[in-house]
Each structure stands twice: as C-alpha cells, then as structure tokens.
Design a protein around this ligand. Structure first.
Ligand code: ZN
Length: 273
C-alpha cells in the first residue's frame, strides 16, 4: 500500500473510534477525551471553585436552586431513558450551588456541576426563570459543548495530563483550559463565548428539559427579554459575554414553546409552573 493510502486509512480509523453521536443533538462529535478522563478534573475544579467562594446555604433561594436542579436532572434522565440512552448519565454527579457574588452568571460543568451566582437571581426573577437558565446550562453540558469549545490540541493536552499524572499534579495550564471551556472564565479573566449554533442547540434542548420538569416553556423567551433589558449600562451581564444573545433567540424560543409542551405531554406533564 502506498503511504498516502495508509495515512488515509489510519486517519479514517481514528475518526471512526473517536466520533460519538450525541443523543441530544443527534450529531457526531469528536470525542478525543472521554468522560472518564475529563470528569475527575472537572469535579476537582468545581470543588476548588466552591472552596474559594462563598456558597450560600439554607436560604429559600439556595433551596430553590437545588429543587430546580433536581427537577431538570430528573427530566434529562427521563428523556434519555425514553429515547434508549439508559446509562448515559451514569458518570454524572449532579450538584447545585448558589454562590454569593454580584456577577450576573450561571454555568454547568461536565458531569452536572452547577453554579448560580446571586447576581443572576434578580434577572431570573422566579423559579421558572431559574429553570430556564438551568435547562439551558445543563443542555450545554449534556451536548458536550464545552469539549467542543476546546481545540483538538487542547483536548490532547487535557487527555495527556489525565492519563499520565495524578489529578492534583495537573498543570495550571490544563486547569485554565478546562475552566475557560466550561464557564469559569471570570475566575481566570478569559471569556470564551459559546457559538451561535451551540446557543441555538442549548435553547432548544433546555426548553424541552424545563417543560418536562413542569416549568412553563413560554417563560424562557421572557427570561431572555429581561437579560436583554439588563445588557445596557456600565456593566452588562457577564452571562451575555459567554452567551451572545439576539432577537432571533427570543423569536426561536417563542416559536418552539408549543413543541416543548408536546414533548412534556409524552411524559404525562400537562400543567406548568
Ligand atoms: Zn448558552
């Protein structure tokens, strides 16, 4: 065989073994780093973040974050089980925390590690608004958007560190790569926005999750209207720097709400909070 053919063959095999179809997006995505490699690092980074910030416990707002998080997690599981993806969330270790910080932000790291900042609560406004944000952020995690935000070279570096070194010895640089890709940008002074297509995907998936969890999907568009109204002024919400927003998003969410209700009905959910 000629060299060229061999190279093509090897490249084809590598692509074949490392591509997986994501149940939520239906797309094949390059998975150079597996969950078993990336989750322990994400979990450690999450714990480190919590240890360096003030976690709010026992307030009605903190309890609300946990309650909504549990419902969104349950909705994800129900959807996956109904669509033949039992076990997809086996490696997930769901956790929901409210952190005292006036920054307008919220994120979900791989494996279901969620943080809401107290600063986003006035824009969330109520439990249904929290559910819209939570559904959207969990959707980014479920669709592996964070992994896709990392370049192939960065993924290889992360994989290399994961396989060769104990977690606590991993390099500062690798920590930064993971943090930036999964939402901890503000801690590191780096902002990495999600792409427009990832935003659209997270909106569509998140809307279904919130509806299955029993929250009114019509409220998602209203949440983004409030977010937009807060985008002016001297300090636009940090959330918007990682989540480029547009009127198209509000139009999409409005148009998709009835489909989300129909999806929820398949799970016996017909009334919405
Ligand atoms: Zn987003």
């Amino acid at each position: 065989m000629k060299y060229k053919n061999i190279i093509v063959l090897v490249f084809g095999i590598v692509l074949f073994v490392s591509c997986k179809t994501n149940p939520f997006t239906g797309k094949k995505t390059l998975a150079l780093v597996s969950n078993s490699q990336i989750l322990p690092m994400a979990f450690q980074q999450y714990n480190q973040f919590l240890s360096e910030n003030k976690v709010v416990k026992g307030t009605s707002e903190a309890e609300m974050i946990t309650r909504v998080g549990q419902k969104i997690a349950k909705a994800s599981e129900r959807w996956l089980n109904a669509n033949g993806y039992q076990g997809y969330l086996d490696d997930y270790r769901w956790e929901y925390n409210l952190v005292k910080d006036e920054t307008v932000n919220a994120w979900c790291m791989p494996g279901g590690k969620i943080v809401f900042y107290t600063g986003i609560m006035p824009i969330a406004k109520n439990e249904t608004g929290v559910a819209a944000i939570m559904g959207h952020e969990v959707a980014h995690a479920l669709a592996n958007h964070g992994q896709q935000r990392m370049s192939a070279a960065q993924l290889q570096q992360v994989a290399g560190v994961a396989t060769s070194v104990a977690v606590q010895n991993k390099s500062e640089e690798t920590q930064q790569i993971i943090g930036t890709a999964f939402g901890l940008g503000s801690q590191l002074g780096v902002m990495l926005p999600f792409s427009r297509s990832h935003e659209t995907e997270a909106d569509r998936i998140g809307l279904q999750l919130m509806a299955i969890a029993g929250y009114n999907p019509d409220e998602a568009a209203n949440l983004w209207r409030r977010m937009k109204a807060n985008s002016g002024g001297q300090a636009p919400p940090e959330f918007l720097s990682t989540h480029p927003s547009s009127d198209t998003r509000i139009a999409n969410l409005t148009a998709w709400a009835s489909a989300a209700r129909a999806e929820a009905k398949k799970f016996g959910v017909t009334t919405f909070k």
